[in-house]
Design a protein around this ligand. Structure first.
Ligand SMILES: Nc1ncnc2c1ncn2[C@@H]1O[C@H](COP(=O)(O)OP(=O)(O)OP(=O)(O)O)[C@@H](O)[C@H]1O
Length: 626
């Protein structure tokens, strides 16, 4: 309390009136004028005048303000709080030294400002305290737990929570305090905080998920050859010597996280997408995709994620900061099949991709739906899923033959009066994209090499799939190396995701693997692809290169792969509390020397890009630019 008083008092001093105790009538006037201007800067001038008219000693104003005097609404209190805080920050940065007064002398140093524990502890009721408790303390009370476990990263929202000014969490208070930033979304200080939060989320995160043996595999008495331990796993490859004696070759890998067969979908969400949700509101484009052979669990893994993410995004949107700024969530769902795009929420309407004048890719005719309720999101997802192209493979009766892309986009909408001027533009288009997350359920990675279904259709599917997987990897590589040129034209998939590869973006790859011995080769291919993606961040960064030598010998690269020679010491995912990950300074180890070319995807030679494979009606396409 002393500190906050000191800060407000400093305002008077700054006006050249000396300490409050010395303020005479003239000095008081000058101080009052500054105080009035100060309040006016946040639209709170009315808080000064009632005081003046009641004849209350203006010197008491800082105290009264600190008690929330006159502020009627939550919003006003927030603004007032922000003003006080800014004052402290300025004081803290030494913009304007202030004289010690009787009130503040003996208290904590001025430089401790708002952030000193003493100050926090004394902070009066009715005003926000950004630092009273850590993020997790209040969150758990307010998060709706059905049907998922509460998320420590995401604020809970319910009516009481929204209305209870004092019960807002630190995190929410920070967000709330952004509300009156008119010119930009975030004040300088908050930008700092948000950028540090952003930088805490690795650009590429690679997670492996192992599914359990299925009934067929159990009935065939197949062995589980994948052993998971922490963030590493070992594949025990059964082999035969020339003299036909059996032996096992071990392959060890290490990733950001490895999730075993006992991990449920909610835990997958927590380890992958959840930490990224907050930065979507900070103009980040996120891509999350699952990769792996058919039947390895990609769809099983990916399908719950958008719903879970939508639930958290909706929670954020209910925060006053975002609600006041007219942030809305939009959902679209389409698939890429045989190089063509189909809207899964619009009777498989064929879509086409256009580049506008600003080289922004837009999918012409793609329906976007505003979603503010998780139940509605669920219905859209179910509708889209039932419209997907699936077929049967040896390993999966309902195999995805396409890449399905579900996008959740946060947009900021203009005020009603502004948007009325653009009556002809539909609401979704009127909004400005703030951030988005794309969930991609890729078709099985080995379909190009699928010889059991080797008909023409399958070959075409396989060719496109292979092409896009290769292109995806190239884009991730370029992205991670901060290359200016991103080879997004390599496939329809990467073209569609173009805006996810430029600017501020994050990628989460979930590699799904089957545990049975019969899938060993595919499992190793999947892990090598994942390893390759992860290792991309180890190449081309001299800072990372230097650190490898300081790693303990057991963590050093011992394989013959020069590209995997450096350690990813900058991946700080390991700091997230809920995520089962460890320092990725340990590079993946695959002890054996491979003969496999890691870059090589299953053959694409049998595929030509075919046209005229449109599914569903070829509706007249409304050509319009976003
Ligand atoms: N972790 C898991 N736990 C329990 N069952 C799983 C798990 N992963 C996958 N399955 C089951 O395995 C089967 C195949 O999974 P899924 O359809 O997700 O594979 P996929 O990789 O998407 O295949 P495709 O590429 O052919 O579409 C499904 O019946 C699914 O329910």
């Amino acid at each position: 309390m002393q500190q906050s008083n000191a800060a407000a008092t400093a305002l008077y001093d700054h006006a050249g009136v000396g300490s409050l105790h010395n303020a005479g009538p003239t000095g008081g006037d000058a101080g009052d004028a500054v105080m009035a201007r100060w309040l006016q800067s946040a639209g709170l001038q009315h808080l000064a005048s009632p005081l003046a008219s009641t004849g209350i000693d203006q010197r008491l104003l800082p105290n009264l303000l600190m008690q929330g005097y006159g502020a009627q609404s939550t919003e006003e209190k927030q603004r007032l709080f922000k003003l006080m805080r800014d004052l402290n920050i300025n004081g803290e940065t030494g913009l304007e030294p202030y004289t010690q007064t009787a009130q503040n002398s003996g208290g904590p140093a001025a430089s401790d400002g708002f952030y000193s524990p003493g100050f926090r502890g004394d902070f009066g009721a009715g005003l926000l305290d950004l630092h009273a408790m850590d993020d997790t303390e209040l969150l758990s009370e307010h998060v709706t737990s059905e049907p998922f476990e509460p998320s420590p990263f995401i604020p809970g929202v319910n009516k009481a929570f929204e209305n209870d000014f004092n019960a807002t969490t630190n995190w929410q208070q920070k967000e709330q305090s952004d509300a009156d930033a008119s010119a930009s979304l975030f004040s300088a200080n908050e930008k700092e905080i948000s950028s540090s939060r952003e930088s805490n989320v690795a650009k590429i995160k690679v997670v492996v998920r192992k599914r359990p043996l299925n009934k067929k595999e159990i009935s065939r008495k197949e062995d589980d050859i994948v052993i998971v331990s922490e963030n590493a796993l070992t594949v025990h490859e059964p082999k035969l010597k020339v003299d036909l004696t059996a032996y096992v070759e071990k392959h060890e890998f290490c990733f950001d996280a490895v999730l075993d067969e006992h991990v449920n979908n909610d835990q997958v969400y927590r380890a992958t997408v959840e930490p990224i949700i907050p930065i979507i509101f900070q103009r980040t484009k996120v891509t999350c995709f699952a990769y792996g052979q058919t039947g390895s669990g990609k769809t099983f893994t990916m399908q719950p994620l958008p719903l879970r993410a939508a639930q958290d995004l909706v929670r954020f949107l209910h925060q006053p900061i975002y609600r006041n700024q007219r942030f809305k969530l939009w959902l679209s769902y389409f698939e890429i099949y045989g190089g063509k795009l189909f809207d899964l929420l619009s009777d498989r309407k064929k879509l086409c991709m256009r580049e506008d004048g600003r080289q922004q890719v837009c999918i012409v005719g793609l329906q976007e739906f505003e979603v503010s309720d998780v139940q509605v999101v669920k219905e859209y997802i179910e509708r889209g899923n039932s419209a997907r192209s699936t077929g049967s493979t040896g390993a999966n009766e309902e195999s995805s033959r396409s890449h399905a892309i579900l996008q959740l986009v946060v947009k900021r909408h203009p005020e009603i009066k502004e948007s009325k001027q653009n009556n002809d533009v539909n609401e979704s288009k009127a909004g400005k994209v703030v951030g988005k997350i794309s969930f991609i359920d890729l078709a099985g990675s080995e379909r190009g090499a699928d010889t059991t279904d080797n008909d023409r259709q399958t070959r075409i599917e396989g060719a496109e799939i292979n092409k896009s997987l290769l292109a995806l990897k190239e884009c991730i590589r370029a992205l991670d190396n901060d290359q200016i040129h991103i080879p997004f034209r390599g496939s329809k998939l990467t073209e569609v995701l173009r805006d996810s590869f430029v600017g501020n973006s994050r990628t989460v790859m979930i590699s799904c693997i089957s545990p049975n011995a019969g899938s060993c080769e595919h499992t190793l291919n999947t892990l090598r692809y994942a390893d390759r993606v992860k290792s991309l961040s180890r190449s081309g960064n001299p800072k990372k290169d230097q650190t490898v030598n300081s790693l303990p010998p057991c963590n050093r690269d011992v394989s013959s792969l020069s590209l995997l020679a450096t350690a990813d010491v900058e991946d700080v995912y390991g700091q997230q509390p809920e995520v089962k990950v460890v320092d990725t300074g340990r590079r993946p180890l695959e002890k054996d020397v491979y003969t496999v070319d890691f870059d090589k995807q299953p053959s694409t030679s049998n595929g030509r890009e075919e046209s005229g494979m449109a599914y569903g009606p070829t509706d007249r396409e409304k050509i319009e630019s976003k």
